[in-house]
Structure formats: C-alpha cells, structure tokens
Design a protein around this ligand. Sequence first.
Ligand SMILES: NC(=O)c1ccc[n+]([C@@H]2O[C@H](COP(=O)([O-])OP(=O)(O)OC[C@H]3O[C@@H](n4cnc5c(N)ncnc54)[C@H](OP(=O)(O)O)[C@@H]3O)[C@@H](O)[C@H]2O)c1
Length: 274
Amino acid sequence: MTPTWPDHLFLVGCGNMAGQMLVRWLDCGLDPARVTVLRPSGRPVADGVRVVTAYPAALPAGTTVLLGMKPYQIADVASSLAPLCVADTRIVSILAGTTLAELRDRFPGPRAIVRAMPNLPVGLGEGVTALFTDATTDAAARAAIDALIQPLGLAEWISDETLFNRVTALSGCGPAFLFRFADALARAGEAIGIPADQAARMALATVRGSATMAARASADAGDSPATLADRVASPGGMTREGLNVLDADDRLLTLLTDTLAAARDRGEAMARGE
Ligand SMILES: NC(=O)c1ccc[n+]([C@@H]2O[C@H](COP(=O)([O-])OP(=O)(O)OC[C@H]3O[C@@H](n4cnc5c(N)ncnc54)[C@H](OP(=O)(O)O)[C@@H]3O)[C@@H](O)[C@H]2O)c1
C-alpha cells in the first residue's frame, strides 16, 4: 500500500522518538521538501528537510503538526504555535501524559487533535503506536492520521484515554523488557555452560527468529504464541520440561503482570506530578 502523506509536516522537536518516526516516513517515500523541523539546536536532520530554530510566520495549508518535544515544554510551545494553527491544521501529539483536554485547551483552533504513543521500533516500521482522539476530530482527519501512522508498524486506536498509561507499560516500555529477557536468556545459557559470546549471539537470534515466526503464524493462520509454545513442546521432551518451570504457579505471567503494573503506576504518579 502506498502511504498517503500530509501536504506538509511540521515537527516540533526531533529527538529520539520523533526522529525515529521521521526516519521511517522518509524511508517510505515522504518527500523531505514537505517537512519542516523546529528544534532549538538547529542540528540538521536529513537531506532536504528544512530545519528552523524559530517559528515561521504561518504554516502552509494542510499542515500536520507533530508535537515531539518534552511534555513540560507544552506551555512555551503552545504560546508560539497555537496562533499559527487554523481549523484544518492537524495535530498529532506524542507527549506522554499530556491529555487531549489539555491539548484542546492549548490549541483551540484545530479540529483534529490526536494523541499517539509510539515505541522505538517505529524507525524500522515495526513499532506499535496507540492512538486516541475525540469526536471533534472528523473521520477524514482520523483516516489521514491513521494513514500517516500505518508505515510505522501496528497502529491501535484506543477508545478510552485512561488506557494510555497501561498501553505505554506494555508497548512503550516493552522493548526494554524484551531486551532484558534476551539478556537473561543469554546469561542463563552462560550459567549452564555455553561460552558467553556464543550464548549472547544465540539468545538474540532466537528472540528475533521466534518473534518473526510468531508474527507470521498469527497473520497466516491466526495461531497465538501460546498455541505455538504448546505445539513445539512434546510431552516428556526438553521444551516441555523448561516450560513447566516458566509456567509453575504462573511464575512468568505473575512477573510480567507485576512489571507492567509497576510501569503503569509510575506513569500515573508522574501524571500527578510526583
Ligand atoms: N523516547 C521514547 O521512547 C518515547 C516514546 C513515546 C513517546 N515519547 C515522547 O516523545 C517526546 C520526546 O521524547 P524524546 O525521548 O524524543 O526526547 P528528546 O530526544 O530529548 O527530544 C526532544 C526534542 O525536543 C526539542 N526541543 C527542546 N526544547 C524545545 C522547545 N522549547 N521547543 C521545541 N522543541 C524543543 C529538542 O531539540 P534539539 O534536538 O535541538 O535538542 C529535541 O529535538 C516526549 O514528549 C515523550 O513523552 C518518547
């Protein structure tokens, strides 16, 4: 599917996260001449992308704005940016914890405002982005923003804004949790006697190959990871014996539930300013 692009994309901030989104959009064919990045450092972003350090006098018609700076900068940014935003300007905010109500308050002009919570693999087109908006964003704008997010990987609209901290705990923090799992798999291999460098390579390749296999099995046959795990574990065999350890008293499930709950709770505490 050929992506459809906004007439113009104005990025406010282009650090780790917005930078990864832009990398992917450019890889997928977004014309860099359609992109302007505002960043205080003025550091170049990519060939053909205009970088500015101050706000322009006006935004081109049909601009989609990506708010990609830190959440605490919203007041400063809105005081300069809101007067440039007209009714058909579309705003996508990746600011963690900044509610749609606050965005609507700070940007009274635009009809279309969407909150998005991407994770880092968006740069590879294998990210997960949770999206939320309200009824003021019309169907056409919602579809246009969905089309912009599609090249980044999985796009999931959520119906309840209060789910953001929970989905952030899963997919936003998830890459770090999986990195930890891959590292633990390697160290466990070392602990049972495999040379460290080989264990590290084998653990990483196992995680990557298994993730690809699980994604294909789900897409092709609707098989879940749980089904795949049982399918590869014959009774009395090695894999079953190992799974019995992970499954005992729902050990792994409990560990991951505690992990996500801790991340979610931290998100809620930060939203209260703690
Ligand atoms: N990192 C993640 O995994 C992740 C995931 C989901 C959402 N987010 C959200 O993404 C946003 C950015 O996080 P990040 O990790 O990408 O931060 P970051 O790497 O520090 O990038 C922040 C960007 O904001 C720019 N900036 C600083 N002051 C500004 C100002 N006054 N006006 C406009 N731009 C300004 C910076 O400019 P310079 O480049 O010139 O320094 C930089 O490009 C946050 O709101 C965060 O909640 C992050």
